[in-house]
Write a protein that binds this ligand. Structure first.
Ligand code: FES
Ligand code: FES
Length: 157
């Protein structure tokens, strides 16, 4: 067991971890941040996506020890003021979810994309979301929601 310091959603945590523990395990089981989902647990579905120093990663494929001294953002970190953020709002407005299990992962991948590139092309959006699977929506609504953010931004500028 080793003590690691991880900043999650702007809060510093010290947690005891075993070498086998993934970031997904620590977030869900030790920090009770269950918004980050566990799907396949083998790097194939993207349900577990979080941001590590701003980059989208599969938390099921990231050892917790790798997050030592680093900044993690989970879906809970998007609603600090109690309101939905603009990605969550776009998903809700465009009915871009059904069971919702994949949604936190999609939203975190979308956030990584828009943080790095506020005006992505449709192809760039598709590429950024290619590692996230959805069994319900058929993807069209998810793409529509994501494109709407781009259009809204254009409308304001
Ligand atoms: S749970 Fe991590 S990729 Fe599926
Ligand atoms: S909404 Fe059900 S898996 Fe995506």
């Amino acid at each position: 067991m080793e003590r690691v310091r991880i900043n999650v959603n702007e809060i510093d945590h010290e947690v005891e971890v075993e070498p086998w523990m993934t970031l997904n395990f620590v977030l869900r089981e030790k920090l009770a941040l269950t918004g980050t989902k566990k799907g396949c647990d083998t790097g194939g579905c993207g349900a577990c996506t979080v941001l590590l120093d701003g980059r989208a990663v599969y938390s099921c494929m990231t050892y917790a020890m790798k997050a030592e001294g680093r900044r993690v953002t989970t879906i809970e970190g998007l609603t600090g003021d109690g309101n939905l953020d603009r990605i969550q709002t776009a998903y809700a407005e465009h009915y871009a979810l059904q069971c919702g299990y994949c949604t936190p992962g999609f939203i975190m991948s979308t956030k990584a994309l828009f943080d790095a590139n506020p005006d992505p092309l449709e192809e760039e959006i598709k590429e950024a979301l290619v590692g996230n699977l959805c069994r319900c929506t058929g993807y069209a609504k998810i793409l529509e929601a994501t494109l709407s953010m781009k259009q809204k931004r254009k409308g304001r500028t």
